[in-house]
Design a protein. Structure first.
Length: 315
């Protein structure tokens, strides 16, 4: 495929850079099997032309898409789902049971994001959310398998980042589509040692114990790769899992120590940045400043999410 924003992987999997925020930040995946297709995560409304262009470049008509699968309903993963579904007459939306109502009626989802980001940012980055008709929505249960032209896709419930999160096991490639459960891995943070990974505790449902359990469930299948929304496919899974779990513990320890600190958010953010800088230095990144800078937005969101978790634990 010649599109500059699409990378073709083995096993009929294509990584589409949705263009959200910056290049190589937010991915959607297109799986093709025997002329039928599935999208896993969609990006925002503004990603939809790229998703349809990828489909067209593969010679597939819109009615070849059987499944649209948000890993969870955060807008960088599912914001474009409704608009995309309008163009895909045969597709079903497969969304976690806790997220389904937000796809059918996205007003509360929109209002929550509006309260955080403001109207100008919502217009610029997300646009108006389009509802999905309820009769086109299915919520796979934990352990349910759905087939794409005979290709099994196993859904498991993976809370920790969000309670409306599921991950999808593709036995064909021995890989998980992980959404945000297996963290973030940007190419700016790669080194000679391989990729780096950072947990994401963004607001408002971070729960460290369920997250650890979800990661262990992913590892139980001995995956060869993880397909991350942020960003792309990564291997070397056991090393990355150890790094991820160690950082979850370090983030929790930091937050617990700062529970009653004055200017807590600033202290959390500074502490998370120091942790990331130290680990990136140990990882041997060539340009430490750029690597840390690439994580700035995520560190801000992680600090917010840890603050919400602390307040919820106190209540």
């Amino acid at each position: 495929m010649s599109l500059p924003f699409v990378q073709t992987l083995p096993h009929g999997i294509h990584v589409i850079d949705t263009g959200f925020h910056r290049p190589l930040f937010d991915a959607a995946y297109l799986i093709v099997e025997n002329g039928r297709a599935a999208f896993i995560d969609t990006g925002t409304n503004f990603a939809v032309p790229r998703l349809l262009a990828a489909l067209d470049a593969l010679g597939l008509p819109p009615d070849a898409v059987d499944l649209v699968v948000p890993t969870h309903v955060h807008l960088d993963h599912a914001g474009g789902a409704g608009l995309l579904m309008q163009t895909l007459p045969q597709a079903r939306l497969l969304v976690h049971p806790r997220g389904a109502r937000h796809m059918v009626d996205p007003q509360a989802l929109y209002d929550g994001a509006l309260a955080v980001y403001g109207q100008a940012a919502m217009d610029r980055e997300y646009g108006q959310l389009v509802p999905v008709p309820a009769d086109r929505v299915h919520s796979p249960q934990d352990g349910e398998t759905v087939h794409l032209a005979g290709r099994p896709l196993l859904f498991i419930d993976t809370p920790g980042h969000a309670r409306h999160h599921h991950c999808i096991w593709d036995a064909r490639s021995a890989g998980w589509f992980t959404g945000d459960t297996f963290g973030l891995s940007y190419r700016d943070t790669d080194s000679a040692a391989g990729p780096f990974v950072l947990p994401t505790s963004s607001p408002v449902q971070f729960e460290p114990a369920p997250l650890r359990q979800s990661i262990q469930r992913l590892l139980a299948t001995q995956p060869r790769q993880m397909y991350l929304t942020h960003f792309g496919a990564v291997g070397d899974v056991p090393r990355l899992a150890d790094l991820l779990l160690a950082q979850v513990d370090a983030m929790v320890a930091l937050a617990t120590a700062l529970r009653d600190a004055p200017q807590r958010h600033a202290a959390l953010k500074a502490g998370l940045q120091a942790q990331a800088r130290e680990r990136l230095q140990q990882h041997g990144v060539a340009d430490l400043h750029s690597a840390v800078a690439s994580l700035a937005l995520d560190i801000e969101l992680n600090a917010q999410g840890l603050g919400v978790w602390l307040d919820r634990a106190t209540r």
